[in-house]
Design a protein around this ligand. Structure first.
Ligand code: G1P
Length: 301
């Protein structure tokens, strides 16, 4: 059944171990690594709020309490900053504090895959459509990816997600979709496959980590069947749901940085820093210097 019930809640899974960033993530959640001066997870929260989301549900795990502390008040810090006259910093901290009661946490008790992490949020989401943002994927564009996705959802209802194009040899890193008829803001999805080999991929459109899903997905995730990588995959349950509910894809006009990879994380830092009025121009010049230094260094090696 197609429905355009409003989307009020967003699920943000933050339970992953961050193995790719060891040793930095030995004692710190990967979601707290900074892109310029804000943790990666803040970008996903801002994107959700910008799209009109009212409630954020984090699926956490052991050793992630820094995320809860980050989204809580910090009275001692505020008092200390106030005493030192640091009014700009006080205003900044007060502005980013979520409204009390709008952030919830539940724990994924074992790392069984994205599908399982989403299923862990079922009681907090309840029987209504919800947004899902994978915080490793940081979107960079004039408009937030989730806001664009919301436009598509308001037109077509059902289930929607954002896609981008990858190089043909990269399909085995992502969920890949089959392309159907065009609609305003996107296209109908004919199939979804998790991490297919290039020869088996239905296209090079990959799921970039932004979804709006109907609550019926939870019944399918409850079966907890393992898929690619022996993990409980969200994509597999979406493919099953496609038999009874429509899915549409929204090609994101911006670009997403995969901050779960070292290269994507560094690229995001450079790209976001270059947008900043307080350092963008200087950084642009520094990058030219670094490139020249690098060339000299490589010649000397
Ligand atoms: C997950 C999803 C995949 C999606 C990707 C985006 O994979 O399963 O469909 O394309 O996120 O980052 P993961 O990166 O967790 O392996």
């Amino acid at each position: 059944m197609t429905t355009t019930r409003p989307v009020r809640k967003a699920v943000i899974p933050v339970a992953g171990n961050g193995t790719r960033f060891l040793p930095a993530t030995k004692a710190m959640p990967k979601e707290m690594l900074t892109v310029v001066d804000r943790p990666v997870v803040q970008y996903a929260v801002d994107e959700a709020l910008q799209a009109g989301i009212e409630n954020i549900i984090f699926v956490t795990s052991r050793n992630k309490t820094a995320i809860e502390d980050y989204f809580d008040s910090a009275p001692e810090l505020i008092a200390s900053l106030t005493r030192s006259g640091k009014t700009v910093q006080v205003a900044q901290l007060e502005k980013m504090l979520p409204v009390a009661g709008t952030v919830s946490y539940t724990r994924q008790q074992a790392p069984l895959g994205l599908g399982h992490a989403v299923w862990c949020a079922r009681e907090l989401v309840g029987n209504e459509p919800f947004a899902l943002l994978l915080p490793d994927m940081v979107s960079y564009g004039a408009k937030g990816c989730m806001a664009g996705l919301m436009d598509l959802y308001n037109d077509v209802g059902g289930n929607v997600f954002a896609v981008e194009e990858c190089a043909p040899e990269e399909t085995s890193s992502y969920g890949i979709v089959g392309v159907g008829n065009s609609v305003a803001h996107g296209f109908q999805v004919t199939e979804m496959v998790e991490k297919p080999a290039p020869a088996a991929a239905p296209s090079n459109y990959y799921l970039n980590g932004r979804y709006i899903l109907q609550p019926e997905i939870f019944e399918l995730l409850a079966a907890q069947e393992r898929g690619a990588g022996n993990e409980i995959q969200l994509t597999d349950s979406m493919q099953t749901l496609l038999q009874v509910q429509p899915f549409h894809a929204h090609p994101y006009q911006g670009r997403t940085f995969d901050c779960g990879s070292k290269r994507g994380f560094i690229e995001a830092n450079v790209a976001f820093a270059m947008l900043r009025a307080d350092m963008g121009a200087e950084l642009h010049a520094s990058i030219k210097d670094i490139l020249a230094l690098h060339e000299t260094r490589m010649k000397a090696a």
